[in-house]
Design a protein. Structure first.
Length: 121
């Protein structure tokens, strides 16, 4: 398995555990204000990152490209910024909206980089 695939899959599993913990915390407290952050973490963090990892495992020559490694770091930084900022925004702190916007654009950029890697020969 390419190293990059392992990075994506290991990171995805961390996001899965954190997402599950947030979900359990919301259920226990009956406070569901963080449902948006929980959903973004599970979909962008767990699902998308795992798919990226499995794709690069199935196409190891593409995992060697510098653009694929850039995609990993852009996607990772996007989530590291997005989830805490989105959680803070959902808890009533509007000053975090610009951080959520920047992180969202970074997440989109990560997806576009993946698109380029998939369609590149």
């Amino acid at each position: 398995m390419p190293q990059l695939s392992q990075w994506f899959i290991r990171t995805a599993i961390l996001y899965l555990i954190i997402g599950m913990a947030i979900g359990i915390g919301m259920a226990i407290s009956q406070d569901h204000r963080l449902v948006g952050a929980h959903a973004h973490l599970n979909l962008l963090g767990w699902v998308s990152m795992a798919i990226f990892g499995f794709y690069y495992n199935a196409n190891p020559h593409k995992a060697e490209w510098a653009l694929a490694k850039i995609q990993f770091w852009v996607s990772t930084v996007a989530l590291i910024i997005m989830i805490p900022a989105l959680a803070a925004l959902l808890l009533g702190n509007p000053q975090f909206e610009p951080a959520v916007a920047v992180a969202s654009i970074l997440a989109l950029l990560g997806a576009v980089l993946f698109l380029v890697n998939v369609f590149r020969k």
